[in-house]
Design a protein around this ligand. Structure first.
Ligand SMILES: Nc1ncnc2c1ncn2[C@@H]1O[C@H](COP(=O)(O)OP(=O)(O)O)[C@@H](O)[C@H]1O
Ligand SMILES: [Mg+2]
Length: 417
């Protein structure tokens, strides 16, 4: 019997479309999409029922919309709410889990306290330190209370910015708490700064001091400036914190446009990084995490990897998990809707998820040019030559108008480089 559930997707980005595509491919379902804007490649899809809601980035509006939506779902069908690639959505779902569950939703996010802990970068690096997981050389500059585990971890907590007067620049500066950073009123605010001198650091620190941001700044060595130094890991853990499915990919190209900066656009999965996946496995076990986690890892100039962060939700590019051999919605449905143990519910091939893949949001010419290094280009070429690469938005099964919008998005990528 087909499972009785109904996907409700928040956001219509690449991940939103990937969900809708997969819920149809695997379960034959049409997904409800609630979005704050009309993203054509998703709204015109045969596999979505799409509503634009003003103010969906406000908690009250979001909850009201979800409550109304729950009321429209027939009895005996379980709504499953999923966020797009938005930390704010994942956070808001975790925070309101009790209400959402009371309205009937399956809510595939970790508990709020754990989410809040892991997404604060000073606390994340403190955990890495404790678990022997490599991370960049880091200083913590506090603008408020520092968590005990950070002070206890051996991370270097600065008494003031003066302590870095003689340090080697450039240095990376980024907020430990992106939720709080979102509300900080700072001119020309960045997600990540690369600062060239001590004077620049003093200036940014003074701006932050005046802004009302009351967490820490993370100050780090610059590991690399190349997109090709990045790796992405996606793992799915069962209720006991055991990783049951894991995929790694090497980032080839990242988005450089102002809005999308930092999103991987080309990911190559022809070399499984068991060393990195083993670190992720220990991290997940230690924290008692369950569900999807997505880690960012970056190599330094010597090629040594360092963990940058964990995203406590599926990444925008989660469709690469499908390409690797495990339809990425399947563990979510098994675990959160059907209450099955993914250790036994997934097939051997799905659990292994070790098929070579190339995920590309850009045309071959752009990917090959941006890859630069000839050795890396040679790894990409067979996928393009044999047509075995994939972009989740380009879907032959969807209707003509969707395929046209997806194609426009794809061709438009040429102008971003
Ligand atoms: N220490 C570092 N050295 C070089 N680049 C970095 C460093 N830290 C962050 N970056 C760059 O900034 C991006 C975002 O950093 P990350 O720590 O993943 O935070 P977030 O994604 O939450 O903004 C990374 O993908 C990487 O390109
Ligand atoms: Mg990141």
């Amino acid at each position: 019997m087909a499972p009785q559930f109904h996907p409700v997707l928040l956001g219509a980005d690449t991940l939103g479309y990937s969900y809708a595509r997969q819920f149809h491919e695997v379960y034959g379902l049409t997904s409800t999409v609630l979005a704050s804007a009309d993203i054509r490649y998703t709204s015109t899809s045969r596999f979505t029922s799409y509503t634009v809601i003003d103010g969906l980035d406000q908690e009250e509006t979001l909850l009201r919309a979800l409550r109304e939506q729950a009321g429209r779902i027939p009895d005996g069908t379980r709504p499953l709410v999923l966020s797009g690639a938005s930390d704010w959505h994942a956070r808001t779902l975790a925070k309101n889990r009790a209400d959402l569950e009371a309205w009937g939703y399956a809510v595939p996010v970790i508990d709020f306290d754990l989410l809040d802990r892991l997404t604060q970068k000073d606390r994340f690096y403190a955990l890495c330190q404790r678990l022997g997981i490599p991370y960049p050389r880091t200083w913590v500059l506090p603008f408020g209370q520092v968590a005990q585990e950070v002070t206890d971890s051996g991370l270097e907590v600065l008494g003031g910015v003066e302590q870095l007067r003689g340090a080697d620049f450039p240095l990376i500066v980024k907020p430990s708490n992106s939720a709080d950073w979102h509300y900080a009123d700072i001119e020309d605010k960045h997600k990540v700064y690369t600062l060239g001198s001590y004077e620049e650091l003093v200036r940014v620190s003074a701006q932050v001091e005046a802004s009302g941001y009351h967490h820490s700044l993370i100050i780090q060595e610059v590991l690399s400036t190349a997109d090709t130094s990045l790796h992405t890991l996606t793992v799915f853990a069962d209720a006991r914190g055991e990783v049951r499915m894991a995929v790694s990919g090497d980032v080839v190209v990242q988005d450089r446009s102002a809005k999308g900066v930092g999103n991987p656009l080309v990911i190559l999965g022809d070399r499984r990084r068991q060393d990195l996946l083993d670190h992720a496995r220990r991290f997940i076990r230690e924290t008692g995490y369950s569900g999807y986690a997505n880690f960012d890892v970056m190599d330094d100039a010597q090629g040594n990897p360092h963990f940058l962060e964990v995203n406590t939700r599926p990444g925008r590019n989660s469709y690469y998990v499908t390409l690797a051999g495990c339809p990425f919605v399947r563990p979510l449905v098994d675990h959160y809707v059907l209450g099955r143990d993914v250790a036994t519910s997934l097939s051997d091939a799905e659990r292994a998820a070790d098929r070579p893949f190339l995920f590309s949001m850009v045309p071959a010419a752009v990917a090959l040019r941006e890859a630069g290094d000839p050795a890396l280009r040679r790894r990409l070429e067979p996928f393009f030559a044999e047509g075995t690469w994939a972009n989740p938005l380009l879907n032959r099964e969807d209707r003509l108008v969707q395929r046209m919008w997806a194609r426009i998005n794809f061709e438009h990528m040429r102008t971003k480089f």
